[in-house]
Design a protein around this ligand. Structure first.
Ligand SMILES: Cc1cc2nc3c(=O)[nH]c(=O)nc-3n(C[C@H](O)[C@H](O)[C@H](O)COP(=O)(O)OP(=O)(O)OC[C@H]3O[C@@H](n4cnc5c(N)ncnc54)[C@H](O)[C@@H]3O)c2cc1C
Length: 281
């Protein structure tokens, strides 16, 4: 496994310096094309767009996975399965005033849960969007969960070992997703907030479309990739940003902050996943 250090273009080739993680050795690789799939903090994108800044969403996610393989008959698990009877078949989104949470079952008897909490932008940022938390922070989160969520969900949160915080960022859509022989895919091309469970799908589609464009081996393959993908991902990122702000009860210029306790039918309609642009691709 390699960790990319830097890249440059010389005589039409991409030259990268990369560290072989097993040995620590730095090696040089020369290629025709560099596909930057190095996540929302992409150091390759930073090289081409040094002024680029991620936009902090205004909230973070408490995350964690509860392995229930050895506590299947416990009160916590029977309780959560009773309260959320379709676990294993769907994702549950719970809405409360100014916050929302997500709960779903993973393979091998695991529960994945996320709780989005509005808070100021963290000071230590730039190299990671996740952070370890202190036991004091965890305790406060558990106490808050008991006030906001039903007891069954609060209990799952309490029993999840090693929860961590994920600061949620996105960015305004980029104008270009390729430079020289370097092309961006996935979160490197379109950092996005995670509210329409489809960012992985966006990354896979980027790779698929890029592959098809390369296959034709025409000089304009990168323009074609950008022409197909950029309008789609740009609209999706902005829709997902809006959905996140609505679910977190945050201010938007064209509507009142959403509160599930007083929401009208049309407010709820706006939350539907199928409103995501290009939902069917
Ligand atoms: C809270 C949260 C919930 C989410 N929920 C969902 C969901 O339900 N459904 C969904 O589809 N998506 C979800 N996502 C989004 C999803 O995780 C990402 O959009 C997706 O993983 C992006 O894929 P990617 O390949 O672009 O980047 P990543 O999956 O982040 O992969 C990038 C890889 O590049 C590596 N890398 C970075 N820099 C270097 C370097 N210099 N050298 C070598 N390697 C490097 C990283 O280590 C990493 O392995 C969620 C995201 C968050 C934050």
């Amino acid at each position: 496994m390699n960790s990319l250090r830097n890249c440059c273009i010389s005589q039409g080739s991409v030259i990268i310096n990369t560290k072989v993680l097993q040995t620590g050795e730095i090696i040089e690789i020369v290629g025709d094309l560099l596909v930057a799939a190095d996540d929302c903090l992409s150091s390759i994108r930073q090289k081409y767009l040094p002024e680029f800044k991620l936009r902090y969403s205004g909230y973070c996610a408490w995350r964690g996975v509860l392995d229930f393989s050895e506590i299947e008959d416990s009160e916590t698990i029977t309780g959560i399965k009773k309260a959320y009877p379709d676990l294993g078949k769907c994702l549950y989104f719970d809405l409360a005033s100014g916050t929302h949470s997500v709960l779903y079952e993973l393979l091998n008897k695991k529960l994945n849960r996320l709780w989005y909490v509005n808070q100021p932008e963290p000071e230590a940022k730039g190299t990671s969007v996740t952070t370890k938390v202190t036991s004091d922070m965890i305790q406060k989160m558990h106490q808050a969960a008991e006030k906001v969520w039903i007891p069954e969900l609060a209990k799952v949160m309490k029993e999840t070992k090693e929860p961590f915080l994920n600061f949620i960022y996105d960015s305004d859509p980029l104008e270009k997703i390729f430079y020289d022989n370097v092309v961006f895919v996935g979160d490197a091309a379109h950092p996005t907030t995670p509210h329409c469970p489809r960012s992985t799908n966006m990354a896979i589609l980027d790779a698929s479309v890029l592959g098809k464009c390369i296959e034709k081996w025409e000089i304009s393959y990168m323009e074609e990739y950008q022409f197909i993908r950029l309008p789609v991902t740009s609209k999706q990122v902005l829709r997902v940003r809006r959905l996140g702000r609505i679910k977190q009860g945050l201010v938007l210029p064209d509507r009142d902050p959403f509160d599930p306790k007083s929401a009208r039918e049309e407010d709820c309609q706006e939350l539907l996943q199928r409103n995501t642009p290009f939902f069917n691709i």
